[in-house]
Design a protein around this ligand. Structure first.
Ligand code: ATP
Ligand code: MG
Length: 349
């Protein structure tokens, strides 16, 4: 039998999910789920990780558990196929983190570019909580507990995957071949790997307040698009415009399919034609933004309609999470057994 194909991925319950999550990871998960090619799929709501930089705001984390679950379900994750779980329900993950900590140096953690930029963004300066500093180790525990082979994520997660792979190699060579090296699965399209914020900043992020949320009201989405960052030198319509760092065009790269032109902007046949016109001059930002709104709503409307239905029964959503967490705990406990045996701390077996 070939090795099982297992997916683990997830999100921090620090807010509702935004369109960056959607193109970076969530949409892919649903496609992979529906491909039927995976033996197991585990989707984690990483509340313990969210607490590493929100420890003083537990209400925020708590209230976003069901918000994230609603976003999952409305995007098409099917709990019959994809196991949705809450991280803190599974103490085995904390135990694994503790044992893996021996395999990682402080200087290795300090080199992690994502952690570095997150520390800066959160203004921790020298007061970095140890829990936050070591979250890449805990994330390695999350991935390896499920023996995941495939982790669909955005680009910012690559250093975390590299850290997880190093831990696996170190563990397997120090003890026994127990853990599986995971591969990151990035979106094929660069715009989706790291979708910028509406302010043009490098990454749309809950912590930066530059997001279009999947569940935003259409009117709010329209306003956000209309005030989006474009080319600051494109002042008059006849001026030539630049695509470099132009958020509106990056979003079109992420969301627009050429067959959307026929309905919403029939003067053009494809995105390349629209881009060429913008660069030549003679095409105004407002027209492009109105088109982007149509494109985005075509994708989001069905998701929003499903969410409105699901919101009517939150206890049912919580029950899905409870069942998923129970099932996930069994898997993690079995890996922990293997780990303890390999580390020779299975005294009473
Ligand atoms: P926080 O600010 O709390 O860290 P976040 O917006 O960065 O929140 P996470 O929960 O950390 O969201 O990320 C969940 C997943 O979504 C990860 O796989 C991450 O790579 C992906 N992701 C997040 N933001 C983007 C983005 N702007 N573009 C592409 N993928 C993204
Ligand atoms: Mg993040």
């Amino acid at each position: 039998m070939s090795n099982p194909k297992i997916i683990l991925t997830g999100d921090r319950p620090t807010g509702r999910l935004h369109v960056g999550h959607y193109v970076g990871s969530l949409k892919r998960r649903v496609e992979l789920q529906n491909s039927g090619e995976y033996d197991e799929i585990h989707i984690m709501i990483a509340d313990a990780q969210a607490l590493t930089d929100n420890f003083d705001n537990p209400e925020k984390v708590r209230s976003n558990i069901s918000e994230v679950a609603l976003d999952y379900l409305s995007c098409g994750l099917d709990p019959e196929i994809s196991n949705i779980l809450i991280q803190s329900y599974i103490p085995e993950l904390t135990e694994l983190t503790f044992y893996y900590s021996n395999l990682v140096t402080v200087s290795r953690l300090q080199r992690n570019p994502t952690v570095k930029s997150e520390i800066k963004m959160r203004g921790f300066n020298t007061s970095i909580p140890v829990g936050f500093f070591t979250y890449p180790i805990s994330q390695a525990a999350d991935i390896t507990a499920f023996k995941a082979t495939t982790v669909p994520v955005g680009e910012d997660q690559l250093p975390m995957l590299e850290q997880a792979r190093e831990i696996v190699r170190s563990f397997n060579s120090t003890y026994e071949e127990v853990l599986v090296e995971p591969d990151a699965l990035l979106p094929e399209n660069q715009a989706c790997s790291r979708l910028p914020g509406t302010d043009g900043k490098a990454k749309m992020s809950k912590s930066l307040g530059n997001c279009i949320y999947l569940s935003d009201e259409p009117e709010d989405i329209r306003k956000k698009i209309m005030s989006m960052f474009t080319d600051p030198n494109h002042i008059r319509i006849e001026d030539p415009g630049s695509l470099e760092g132009n958020t509106v065009f990056i979003y079109l790269d992420a969301f627009c399919k050429d067959d959307m032109f026929a309905e919403h902007l029939p003067e053009y046949s494809c995105l390349q034609e629209l881009k060429d016109h913008y660069q030549r001059g003679g095409l105004g930002d407002v027209k492009v933004k109105k088109f982007l709104y149509q494109v985005l709503m075509e994708e989001l409307s069905p998701i929003q309609a499903r969410r409105k239905e699901l919101e009517k029964d939150i206890p049912a959503v919580m029950e899905i999470l409870r069942q998923g967490s129970i099932a996930a705990r069994e898997v993690a406990a079995s890996t922990l057994d293997d780990v303890k045996r390999a580390m020779k701390i299975n005294y009473f077996d």
